[in-house]
Ligand binder design. Structure first.
Ligand SMILES: NC(=O)c1ccc[n+]([C@@H]2O[C@H](COP(=O)([O-])OP(=O)(O)OC[C@H]3O[C@@H](n4cnc5c(N)ncnc54)[C@H](OP(=O)(O)O)[C@@H]3O)[C@@H](O)[C@H]2O)c1
Length: 339
């Protein structure tokens, strides 16, 4: 059971948007990317998160090629009015080639995707629907127009974008209000600060940092992807293998020092840093750390009670510029490629 003192605070998901727990839960790893999952433990994680005040649950049609939405369905239906369910379209997968990644923002494809997600989730409206990746082949206004029609039809409540530039945020928001922008944001990944954060702050849009624990690297749980199971996605990420991993592991010292000072874990310090960017940049920040373990969701939620000093923030701020290696093997569909 959760004491009241353990509960997280709340934040608004964009101007006029729903109030959600200030920390959300990333559900992707429950179905794919980070090795085998114990289903019972993952279900306990969902319930524990909700008990702690976590109400924003994040998935996508791409995760497990629909399996993650199907996995979440019983939980979502059991707690329909207590949670904010976010899913996404835009990354095209192929059953016959699991490594294949395409991108589509075509209006007909968007419509096909929303119907698929609603069916797999077993609900009649998606609370927050994100464009997962930008497809430069389709004018942005056309895709946002198609997403806005879904709002008018009652299939979707709020719109979001992922991995977009500040200019793209402004262009989309002029077509239909955007509630949230989801991008990688952590002590290791700060591309989002180039232009997206300022645009979101100016327009009253919430920022939802994904991979806020640097895919687990910032917790110290692994120091090199070579030690992870075969098929783990992190083997493909340049920053987690070989000399890059060695160099990057050495950057974690300020994290450990702050953890000792706060009687906290390095992962909690990483989450507190990203959470505190809300004050630094003047916008709602709702990180969505991913875990499949109830003990870790409790630990992660505990980060919402940590306040880092200016000196600690400064020592942590210096890390990102020193990180060796990209965050994806192919950066061509990230916002950075269009900045
Ligand atoms: N929009 C996008 O393009 C995009 C891309 C990637 C992810 N996402 C979303 O963002 C969510 C979070 O990102 P992420 O899962 O990639 O990365 P993350 O939250 O930075 O890290 C997740 C990893 O850290 C481990 N972990 C979590 N809490 C821990 C703790 N307290 N101590 C030690 N290890 C811990 C997890 O393992 P266990 O599960 O074993 O605990 C998992 O391997 C995803 O679930 C997904 O919903 C979105």
């Amino acid at each position: 059971m959760t004491n009241d003192s353990e509960k997280t605070g709340t934040a608004t998901l964009g101007t006029g948007g729903p109030v959600v727990g200030v920390q959300g839960l990333g559900c992707m790893g429950m179905s794919e990317f980070y090795g085998a999952t114990d289903e019972a433990a993952a279900r306990e994680t969902l319930e524990t998160a909700l008990d702690l005040g976590v109400t924003l649950f994040d998935t996508a049609n791409a995760y497990g090629m629909g399996a993650n939405e199907e996995f979440l369905s019983p939980f979502v239906k059991a707690h329909r009015d207590e949670i904010t369910l976010a899913t996404k379209y835009g990354i095209v997968r192929r059953a016959d080639d699991p490594a294949y990644r395409g991108v589509s923002n075509d209006p007909a494809y968007i419509r096909e995707c929303v119907e698929g997600s609603l069916t797999r989730l077993g609900i009649d409206v998606i609370d927050l629907y994100y464009m997962h990746r930008r497809d430069p082949a389709v004018p942005l206004a056309e895709s946002i127009g198609a997403m806005a029609e879904l709002v008018t039809e009652g299939k979707v409540r709020h719109l979001g974008l992922s991995e977009v530039t500040g200019a793209e945020i402004r262009e989309a928001h002029a077509v239909h209000p955007i509630a949230a922008v989801q991008s990688e944001w952590s002590l290791f990944s700060r591309d989002v600060e180039i232009s997206a954060v300022a645009a979101a702050a100016e327009l009253g849009i919430a920022l939802v940092p994904y991979s806020p624990l640097g895919r687990g690297f910032l917790t110290g749980a692994f120091a090199d992807a070579t030690n992870l199971g075969a098929g783990d996605f992190r083997h493909t990420q340049p920053r987690f293998t070989g000399d890059n991993a060695k160099r990057n592991a050495a950057l974690l010292e300020p994290l450990r020092a702050a953890a000792t000072a706060h009687d906290a874990t390095p992962g909690q310090i990483a989450l507190a840093w990203v959470q505190q960017q809300a004050q630094v940049h003047g916008l709602s920040v709702i990180p969505i750390p991913g875990t499949r373990k109830a003990s870790r969701v409790r630990e992660n939620a505990g980060a919402t009670r940590i306040t880092l000093s200016e000196a600690e923030l400064a020592s942590l701020d210096a890390i990102a510029a020193q990180v060796a290696g990209d965050r994806y093997p192919d950066m061509s569909s990230t916002a950075l490629s269009r900045e």
